[in-house]
Design a protein around this ligand. Structure first.
Ligand code: COA
Length: 265
């Protein structure tokens, strides 16, 4: 990570975190004011565009490269009256505290690194040392100033009976069907289909065009590759990878990579 960059502007108004998880939770955040994106690359561009199309405004982004794709792209969008600035490098994660935020990086392992660092940010009034020694960093993970919000493209279709966590990105033409449950910080990318009663774990990435049949379970930190198909009721473990275009007939263990036709007898 590069040296910290300057960060103009003040922390915007803190909005109440929308209740998109737990019993009765049903949808993405309403439009938010002053969204901060962590990352400024290609995935950040699509997240930012979805947010703006859904009526949100952007505060800025964090990236080690202040001239990242996000800045370049959004400068050319006439509906953005004020192009969002680069607020600082990825070493300045504390800058997201008090602001609606989303991790806008596509790579699962890098997202997990950022998420772990966010959860170690000291809560207001706590010393870094005290927070670091808290059991399981539970205190830090409940930092009340950490406000992840779920951003859905207006062209996504989300069942009113689905349950969404926080900090999720849902792309255009994605479908999240009845009673599906999507964990915090997951990505349901362009055109992915999550059929009824699926469970997608925290920080999993369902890549463009992937299809999960009914009742599929995907573990945390797992990548379901572009255009793959997972048959109904199959479980894909944690930290696993399903290759682009794979057909998954049977369970995939934790940490495994499933390529081609997986589980054929
Ligand atoms: C499966 C995958 C993880 C393998 O990546 P990798 O470990 O870097 O592997 P390599 O590219 O070195 O390829 C290893 C072998 O697998 C083959 N292979 C790679 N991806 C494949 C795929 N999707 N289907 C079939 N075979 C594949 C390669 O041809 C190569 O074969 P060889 O050993 O006979 O030459 C990767 O190719 C993939 O599909 N990732 C998912 C990408 C994606 O959907 N990203 C989301 C973007 S939004």
């Amino acid at each position: 990570m590069d040296a910290p960059a300057s960060h103009p502007g003040s922390v915007p108004q803190v909005l109440p975190t929308p209740a998109t998880s737990g019993p009765g939770a049903r949808g993405p955040a309403p439009a938010v004011t002053g969204l901060t994106l962590i990352g400024g690359g290609g995935h950040a561009v699509v997240v930012a565009e979805a947010a703006v199309l859904a009526g949100s405004t952007l505060r800025g982004f964090l990236d080690d490269n202040p001239a990242a794709a996000l800045a370049a792209t959004l400068l050319n969008q006439p509906q953005l009256h004020t192009p969002p600035p680069c607020l600082g490098t990825l070493e300045r994660l504390e800058l997201v505290l008090g602001s609606p935020m989303i991790i806008a990086i596509g790579q699962v392992s890098f997202r997990r690194t950022i998420l772990s660092a966010l959860r170690k940010l000291p809560a207001a009034g706590a010393t870094p040392l005290a927070t670091a020694s808290a059991p399981g960093n539970a205190q830090a993970s409940l930092n009340p100033l950490l406000c992840p919000v779920t951003i859905a493209h207006p062209a996504a279709s989300i069942s009113p009976t689905a349950t969404l966590g926080r900090g999720i990105y849902i792309g255009p033409l994605a479908v999240i069907h009845s009673r599906a449950r999507i964990g915090d910080h997951a990505i349901i990318n362009t055109g992915a289909i999550i059929e009824h009663d699926c469970a997608v774990g925290e920080n999993a990435h369902i890549a463009p065009g992937a299809i999960l049949g009914g009742g599929v379970t995907v573990g945390e930190d797992t990548l379901i590759g572009m255009g793959s198909r997972i048959l109904p009721h199959v479980t894909v473990g944690r930290h696993a990878t399903v290759a682009a275009g794979a057909i998954v007939l049977d369970h995939v263990p934790d940490n495994a990579t499933a390529i081609g036709v997986w589980g054929k007898r």
